[in-house]
Design a protein around this ligand. Structure first.
Ligand code: COA
Length: 261
């Protein structure tokens, strides 16, 4: 993970904290930032020491204030398609990341920033967080999955409102509509995000991984196919030491010590 210009990776035991650090431009996503996000997640995927990832932005003002508008202004029809497809590919990798990814949104999550947060499995926010899709005000539309993922999280009605008006949703409303799971004071965001994510990483890692697979399948296939896939994964878990440990620990009234095996 050397040679990164815009991304810092910090570690806190089993958690990797991926910080988008282009604070002077409110962490706007230029091509390099997007490419580096892809590189970092590809590396973390192979790292068995990582049980969960927090994605956040540097500075107090923004998670990510969108795609870089200077770069957008240069797009031609052909490069715009490429731009969108590349964004979809990398955000898709985050969505399919085998361990939980939590977006810690401290400030603006606009346009591509909102789309990036939506590609994460979970979101928490600071009190000053603002979510929205300002694209229509720029004469464009979301191109990194915004129109695809927002409805799955907040429902179609609010999705249409957000995408067509471009109006920002504050943290309090974001929590109410299920866009974020929790809201914290700005200074407590990262620590609270770690506590939140550790509520997941303390669980059996293989069970968590397979549950994520199953949740993804449920979003992208028929009920019958997803139910069948769930049964197969459930059966597979019966072959793990973690399942034995989890169930035995309960029966023996002790805390489970999962090994991810
Ligand atoms: N792309 C490129 N640069 C951006 C940017 C973006 N999406 N968002 C912010 N910046 C830059 C600003 O141009 C400014 O750079 P400068 O200091 O060199 O002039 C810097 O980040 C700080 O932003 P500024 O606008 O001065 O901060 P603010 O607090 O007054 O306003 C926002 C914050 C988020 C409301 C405002 O920056 C904004 O509307 N940004 C664009 C949001 C957007 O439309 N995103 C979707 C793109 S598809």
């Amino acid at each position: 993970m050397s040679d990164l210009q815009y991304i810092r990776v910090e570690w806190d035991q089993e958690l990797a904290i991926v910080v988008i650090d282009r604070a002077e431009k409110l962490n706007a996503l230029n091509a390099e930032v997007v490419g580096e996000i892809g590189d970092v997640f590809r590396d973390l995927k192979e790292d068995d020491n990582v049980l969960g990832v927090i994605l956040t932005g540097a500075g107090d003002k923004a998670f990510v204030a969108g795609a870089d508008i200077g770069e957008l202004a240069q797009l031609t029809p052909a490069t715009a398609v490429k731009f969108s497809r590349e964004g979809h590919r990398i955000l898709g990798e985050i969505e399919r990341f085998p361990k939980p990814v939590l977006a810690a949104v401290g400030g603006y999550a606009l346009g591509g920033g909102c789309e990036l947060a939506l590609a994460c499995h979970l979101r928490v926010a600071s009190e000053n967080a603002r979510f929205g899709f300002p694209e229509v005000g720029l004469g464009i539309m979301p191109g990194y999955g915004g129109t695809v993922r927002i409805a799955r999280v907040v429902g179609f009605g609010v999705a249409v409102e957000m995408v067509l008006t471009g109006a920002m949703v504050d943290a309090e409303r974001a929590e109410r509509i299920g866009l974020v799971s929790a809201v914290y004071p700005r200074e407590a965001l990262l620590d609270q995000a770690k506590v939140f994510l550790r509520g997941i990483t303390k669980n059996g890692p293989i069970g968590v991984r397979m549950a994520l697979e199953s949740l993804y399948m449920a979003q992208n296939s028929t009920l019958a196919d997803a139910a069948s896939f769930e049964s197969v994964l459930f059966g597979l878990l019966a072959s793990t030491a973690d399942m034995k440990e989890g169930l035995t620990a309960f029966l023996e009234k002790r805390k489970a010590a999962f090994k991810g095996e």
